[in-house]
Unconditional design. Structure first.
Length: 329
């Protein structure tokens, strides 16, 4: 910094103000300092600046898996939104979603020097009564029911499910079968509960749900079973990938969609409009979830306060060609 000041003919304090982007330096002087920086190959020491300011302008992200569409798209939105705010993102995948693993992840993030943490809890395997995150760490959790302890940003799982079930019942189906996600998944459980409640509210009996693991292959296996159920005329799949496998199974078993069986998914992945037939599904705004996660955690950082509560991002039903009134028998 002293060398830059000497070449530019300014004080070290002026160099510091320019390198940190502070106002109060006239344009000509700023350009002279920047030219000296380029000439000397000067780069500000981000670690030293962070220690001086007391912040690192970095958000840590803990995620249990990068294999699901929702997590990847949420992470992409977090990285984009953080960059727009001048923050970097440090990603720390956790192989096993256990209490000890998450505690260890927070410790490692502390060593990496982050200002706050976003936890993407796609699977709800943590016992909320046992998980106690460090009180000084600003935290936002995505996809969780921990809103009584932390800031939570979640998709309106229940609202989207109710819209899907009502759509099928309004078409004239007597009930709706459910291709559910894994039991340990918070999102899958929330959708299954809302499916069952929507049927009960309409006075319809809920068939025994068939479970998959979010993959198209598991949807195909479940679909082979559902195709054998003569009274199955409508299926709500907990995600689009399983719906894709279901469509294949129904086709192979000679059950036409939507003439024999109507199918609805959840997520509205980019490919869902290209399924055969194009899939009716519940749209999740993953970009908005990621944006609100960043917005919420930075608000805590800037106000130096911890927030508690849940923000729900609305869903909407996208009607395509995979649903129709049941065939008259």
């Amino acid at each position: 910094m002293a060398d830059v000041a000497r070449v530019a003919g300014v004080s070290s304090q002026t160099v510091s103000r320019v390198s940190n982007g502070f106002p109060g330096v006239n344009h000509e002087t700023r350009q002279r300092v920047l030219a000296a920086m380029r000439e000397l190959g000067y780069r500000p020491n981000s670690a030293a600046r962070a220690l001086k300011r007391g912040d690192f302008r970095t958000i840590g992200v803990i995620t249990f898996t990068l294999s699901t569409t929702g997590n990847v798209r949420t992470l992409e939105a977090i990285a984009t939104s953080a960059a727009q705010e001048g923050y970097a993102v440090t990603l720390l995948p956790v192989a096993v979603p256990s209490h000890d693993e998450v505690r260890g992840a927070f410790s490692r993030l502390g060593e990496l020097a982050v200002d706050a943490v976003i936890v993407i809890m796609e699977v709800h395997l943590l016992d909320a009564t046992r998980l106690s995150l460090p009180p000084h760490v600003k935290v936002v959790v995505a996809d969780s029911d921990a809103g009584d302890r932390y800031t939570v940003v979640d998709t309106d799982q229940a609202g989207g499910t109710r819209a899907a079930v009502r759509h099928l019942l309004d078409l004239g189906h007597r009930t709706v079968w459910h291709l559910a996600g894994p039991e340990e998944s918070y999102a899958a459980q929330r959708r299954a509960d809302a499916w069952r409640a929507a049927l009960a509210e309409a006075g319809c009996e809920a068939p025994e749900p068939v479970r998959g693991d979010w993959s198209a292959e598991s949807g195909y296996r479940a679909g082979l079973h559902l195709a054998e159920q003569d009274d199955c005329t409508a299926v709500f799949a907990a995600n689009d990938q399983m719906a894709l496998g279901l469509l294949r199974a129904l086709h192979e078993r000679g059950r036409a969609v939507p003439d024999d069986v109507s199918v609805i998914g959840f997520d509205d992945i980019p490919e869902s409009g290209s399924f055969l037939p194009p899939l009716t599904t519940v749209h999740q705004d993953f970009a908005e979830v990621g944006r609100r996660c960043v917005e919420g955690v930075l608000r805590q950082v800037r106000q130096n306060e911890t927030e508690i509560g849940t923000t729900l991002v609305p869903t909407r039903l996208v009607v395509r060609q995979s649903t129709a009134a049941p065939r008259v028998r």
